[in-house]
Write a protein that binds this ligand. Structure first.
Ligand code: 15L
Length: 275
């Protein structure tokens, strides 16, 4: 099987940290990428690829960009906790524009979801892909809604979607928590290749983490697309085990620091339920 998709691939959020990694990797494989972002693209554009500056709020621009594409790698939108009003447009209305474009093109979507969709689960619990959504802020809430949007578009319109609950995708792990949540750039890039080339995906969830011994996460749909992470944070354990916040709320929950942004309750809640 060729490792080049038969149709162009639309990559949103191309100018962000993950988008730039994906552009270099997939462009290097010879993929025809239509790159887009609200910000200018800061790197050289790979041969055969093109960049168009666009706002996810502009539904017509997104429809035009998606024309002829068989896959949308959706990394655009707000990528950290922000006030509700700042998350709403890019992450909810913008995602709706992506799904409408996918519906029209019969394209598949890879949605860059986040561990913050489930961030209020306890670190002591090991989660499977069918765990309860437990967003830890407005950003996580938008990711939870985004996953549900994918579910709806699959059952109602047959739009396939792969929802990757990304842990911490950085050049390297940086603290104790990322020994569990780290996703190497290389594992992310290989995951996007598999999700694009898989013959079918339906609507599924994949934990976006490398093969970390201390993972918080278990079963998901990776076997269906043939992805296995090859990297791991384990080699950083000796160096990072002691790098903790000292805040009992942060250390209790999988979402870490996001769980205390704008937090107003002062007591420790009992677990809502066990997973
Ligand atoms: C995310 O979803 C963010 O995009 C990223 O900046 C990190 O904060 C990451 O989660 C994380 O939880 O480490």
């Amino acid at each position: 099987m060729s490792n080049i998709p038969s149709k162009p691939v639309l990559l949103t959020g191309a100018s962000g940290a993950l988008g730039r990694q994906l552009t270099a990797y997939l462009g290097g494989l010879g993929w025809t990428l239509k790159l887009t972002d609200i910000a200018p693209f800061p790197d050289a554009i790979p041969t055969g690829c093109s960049f168009t500056q666009a706002d996810l709020a502009d539904g017509v621009a997104i429809l035009r960009l998606a024309e002829g594409c068989g896959m949308i790698l959706h990394f655009g939108g707000v990528s950290v906790e922000k006030p509700f009003g700042e998350v709403l447009g890019p992450n909810i209305t913008g995602l709706y524009h992506i799904y409408e474009a996918a519906r029209r093109e019969r394209a598949r979507v890879l949605f860059a979801s986040s561990n913050h969709a489930i961030g209020f689960h306890e670190r002591a619990d090991k989660l499977d892909d069918d765990c309860q959504l437990m967003p830890d802020g407005y950003y996580g809430l938008s990711k939870a809604y985004g996953e549900l949007m994918g579910r709806m578009y699959w059952f109602k319109h047959g739009v396939e979607n792969v929802n990757v609950r990304i842990g911490s995708s950085f050049p390297a792990p940086v603290e104790n928590r990322s020994l569990s949540t780290y996703l190497s750039y290389a594992d992310l890039c290989r995951l996007c290749v598999k999700a694009t080339l898989a013959p079918s995906t339906g609507s599924c969830v994949i934990w976006g983490a490398s093969a970390n011994a201390r993972t918080f996460w278990g079963d998901d749909a990776r076997a269906a697309i043939g992805w296995e992470p090859l990297d791991s944070a384990d080699g950083f354990a000796a160096q990072l085990s002691g790098v903790v916040s000292g805040n009992p709320v942060i250390e209790r929950y999988q979402g870490g620091g996001y769980t205390v942004i704008d937090r107003t309750r002062e007591d420790m809640p009992k677990p809502l339920f066990r997973t």
